[in-house]
Every structure is written in C-alpha cells, then in structure tokens.
Write a protein that binds this ligand. Structure first.
Ligand SMILES: Nc1ncnc2c1ncn2[C@@H]1O[C@H](COP(=O)(O)OP(=O)(O)OP(=O)(O)O)[C@@H](O)[C@H]1O
Length: 115
C-alpha cells in the first residue's frame, strides 16, 4: 500500500516537473481551465463534456509523453544527432496532431453555442 501511495508521489513529481520546465504544458493547463470555464458557462451536456474531457486528456497525456521523450533524448544523445532530432520532432508532431484534434472538437461543440 505504501509503495502504491509512493507511486502517486512520483507521478505528482512528474507533473510538477513538466509544469515547471515546459511552457507548452503551462499553456495547455491554462487552456484546459479556460475550456472548463467556457463549458460551465455554456452548460455543456454530458456527451459534450465527454468529448471535451477526451480532447483535454489526449493533449495533456501526449504533452507529458513528449516531455519524457525529450528528457530521454537529451540524456542518451546530448550531442547533435539527426535521429535524436527526428525523435523529438515526431514526438512533438504527436502533440500537434492531438492539439488540432482538440481544436476541431472544441469548435464543433462551442461554435453552435454562440451563433
Ligand atoms: N540532440 C539533438 N540532435 C539533433 N537535433 C536536435 C537535438 N535536440 C534537439 N534537436 C532539434 O531541435 C528541436 C528543438 O529541440 P528542443 O530540445 O529545444 O525541443 P523543444 O520542444 O524546444 O524543447 P523544450 O520544450 O524543452 O523547449 C527538436 O525538435 C529537434 O529538431
């Protein structure tokens, strides 16, 4: 049980690390808060909340994985290396694709509420 609780502490350390070191993670956290406030203001129904939750989680999870990959690449390849660069670029592209998907979901849900 103690080990299980400790793993939460480590996970929280990871979240804190990402928040402190990654500007994009802080931007996504701010966007998450704004979207939740907008969702409350526009009184989303449960299926709309479900889509918004999935979109937010997908972006945040990929941002965390991207951060972990960046740290790993910096550890194993501190020197310039084309493959190291490609790994970072592909991981970053995953965040971009998720971000575009989240934007599309957000537009589909929120635009009709204001027209
Ligand atoms: N070791 C490396 N070898 C070759 N290219 C690299 C290397 N490290 C980074 N790059 C290139 O520089 C880009 C930016 O790398 P960097 O580590 O600054 O990522 P970042 O997303 O800007 O990180 P951060 O979120 O910490 O600012 C990478 O996407 C990659 O194209």
């Amino acid at each position: 049980m103690k080990k299980f609780l400790k793993s939460f502490v480590y996970s929280f350390k990871g979240l804190t690390y990402a928040f402190k070191t990654q500007l994009s993670f802080r931007v996504h956290c701010l966007a998450t808060i704004l979207v939740i406030l907008l969702g409350l203001y526009t009184k989303l129904n449960s299926s709309e909340w479900l889509w918004i939750t999935v979109a937010i989680a997908l972006v945040v999870v990929l941002e965390l994985i991207n951060t972990a990959i960046e740290i790993l690449v910096d550890l194993v390849s501190p020197q310039q290396n084309s493959k190291a660069g490609a790994i970072k670029d592909v991981a970053s592209a995953a965040v971009l694709v998720a971000g575009i998907m989240a934007l599309v979901i957000g537009l589909i849900i929120f635009v009709p509420k204001f027209i």
